[in-house]
Design a protein around this ligand. Structure first.
Ligand code: PEP
Length: 256
């Protein structure tokens, strides 16, 4: 089955509202000639600039993703943002479980699962991030960790359409370090995740779901990563902040 590649730019805590508007105008220009049948594309600005991005990208095939969400619909949760608010701001996707949130903000497999379920309930598409730390890889725990994060993160999710759920395999040791996983390292873990998704959901679900790779993806290495059977796109941090490099990554992801 052919899966349309998906490239998501995770901006982390970078870019103001004017910077977001300028980036979105430029990226639309860079994508002229491409359409959503060839590649799915999303940018994930900080909360403050989500609506700016959505308005600037309206009418294009480029979507907006939030970098996090809270699972409640509304309530006394100071500082939090609900799925409904993200939909209201114009988001299509919500990233959950990014390793920086697991590491600095005490995100757990359980909270990741609740957030993913809440996004689905609101009609948004979760991008569930998971991946092992360096210590876990060195102690040969990669598959056990990834299996646990997949099982717990996907527990009870009401998804039948594989397009409505995305997984991002992001080895923590590769995020923001310049040390990309080799294509074979990405492939072997992502094939494992896909097989496991089949056990949790169904074979067609496993075949259709997009599993992204994240961790120091750049224009120079995206081609070899995308050549792998189970790499369906990328979650890009640093290299997504520059329009030209982001556009090169997108174009380098298409011809697999
Ligand atoms: C990320 O933030 O998800 C990420 C993969 O970052 P980077 O591309 O900078 O390693």
């Amino acid at each position: 089955m052919s899966r349309t590649p998906l490239i998501v730019g995770n901006w982390k805590m970078y870019k103001t509202i004017p910077e977001t508007a300028a980036f979105c105008q430029e990226v639309k220009g860079e994508m002229v000639g491409l359409d959503g049948k060839q590649v799915g594309l999303a940018v994930a600005p900080p909360f403050t600039a989500l609506n700016t991005a959505a308005l600037a990208l309206r009418g294009s095939f480029i979507s907006v993703a939030a970098q996090d969400v809270f699972w409640a619909e509304s309530g006394a949760y100071t500082g939090e943002v609900s799925p409904k608010m993200l939909a209201d701001a114009g988001c299509r996707f919500g990233i959950v479980g990014h390793s920086e949130r697991r590491q600095y903000f005490h995100e757990t497999d359980d909270s990741v699962n609740k957030k993913a379920a809440a996004l689905i309930k609101e009609g948004l598409i979760p991008i569930i991030c998971l991946g092992e730390t360096l210590a876990e890889r060195q102690s040969s725990s990669t598959f056990a960790v990834v299996e646990r994060q997949t099982r717990e993160g996907l527990k009870g999710l009401a998804v039948k359409d594989p397009e409505r759920l995305v997984i991002a395999y992001e080895p923590v040791w590769a995020i923001g370090t310049g040390q990309t996983a080799t294509p074979n390292q990405a492939q072997e873990v992502q094939a494992f995740i896909r097989k496991f998704v089949g056990e949790i959901f169904s074979f067609p679900m496993a075949q259709g779901i997009r599993i992204l790779y994240g961790g120091s993806v750049k224009p120079e290495n995206v081609g070899e990563l995308m050549a792998m059977n189970d790499v369906d796109g990328s979650l890009v941090g640093g290299a997504s902040l520059d329009v030209k490099s982001f556009a090169k990554i997108v174009r380098g992801s298409i011809s697999r």
